[in-house]
Design a protein around this ligand. Sequence first.
Ligand code: EPZ
Length: 432
Amino acid sequence: MKREKFVVKGLGAERTLKGTLAVKGAKNAALQAFALAFLFKDNLRLKNVPDIEDTHYMVKLLKHTGMRVKKYGCATYSITPYKQLKPELPYELSRRLRASVVLTGPLLARTGRVIFPHPGGCLIGNRPIDIFLDGFQKMGALLEEKGGSYILTAQKGKLWGTEHFLRVPSVTATQSFMMAAVLAQGRTLIKNAAMEPETECLAGFLNQCGADIRGAGTSTISVMGGALLEAQGRIFQTPPDRIEAGSFLILAALAADDLTIKECEPAHLEALIQALRQAGVCIEVGASTLRIRSSAQRAIHAVEVKTHEYPGFPTDLQAPMVVFLTQATGEALIFETIFEGRLNYTESLVRMGASINLWDTHRATVKGPTLLHAKELESPDIRAGLAYLIAAIVAKGESVIHNAYYIDRGYERIEERLRAVGVDIRRVSEQS
Ligand code: EPZ
């Protein structure tokens, strides 16, 4: 993997960005959609898949299990089982992305076995997988741990429907159980399920192909298991990435002269839109667009932010929102309720001049407005990496953001798209 950095010349709180930013397909729907392939006997096609690092890793994982994966154009994939499936997720690939853990359910349900390491992904907490391991055992699988891997084996090769009550409404556990239940014997209930729109989108497609899933997008999902599905030419359309759209909206709120975000789904961003409007941001909401014009802009003031499972304020927008709050008048509490390691990035914002107090692993207060000064920064994960980009854009001076790879994991060709609306950003090899 080549090591690159972004060099950003800040606007120094000027509002000059203008034009249109088109939102790509949702990372956290597309990655999970690849897992659907294990539920089908025929070819599955996915559209509007973002061209990001995590997609490339997910493709490699599927190929490793025996799936034939072909890419058409820049955003369409075709997936077909072409030989005996190998129910094993290699450490080197699985450690790259948390989404790899979603594959365990459908792979176990399809083959009766799955061998996998503890999944990797962003370092935002210790991210246990107890809910997965307990849940699959409740569906009749036997669990062994050997050589750093988990081995789940379905007794008599089949999983059985059961009633799950999720200790926490885990997004990927909800999705993995929902997929496994499609091939399990009998009915599965998932209570205290995560309610993200991506899960609803996955279920909607599975139902189009013959599955019987009710309640996806609510806290109780019911699945009647059955046989392998057939896509028969139907194509999964990846929904717009609400986290990318939200990140762009926050950038626009800080630096837009006249910026439109298009091909997004405003209905998936109600918590963010409400928070920004409460802070004094004037947002024009269209059917699939969000627009911010400085001519309509008044002074922005601090608002409290508490992250919460969907439809509450998304934890993946917490870091960009903290950057917004460094520019707002007043003091605000940030309460990160989902992950215990997701406020560490604020230390670098303080080095840039922000006034942020970290009270514990879940709470911080931000006092603004403060002028941010350019710094050298290291992206610690996908979302904090994007937040550093936003901070560098509103800062005074030229910042360097290392570990461009982290940002590339979640955002397709980000510097090209930001340059097109007036950001002075370039990608540079670390060697130079
Ligand atoms: C998904 O991660 C997303 N990733 C995350 O986005 C997102 O931040 C998160 O949901 C919350 O919205 C993907 O969809 C690939 P969780 P996930 O399981 O499913 C605890 C990004 O930047 N937990 O809902 O891993 C866990 O530690 C990423 O795109 C257990 O305790 O999150 C956390 O505190 C970052 N045991 C809480 O639940 C388990 O078995 C919620 O995590 C599973 C989870």
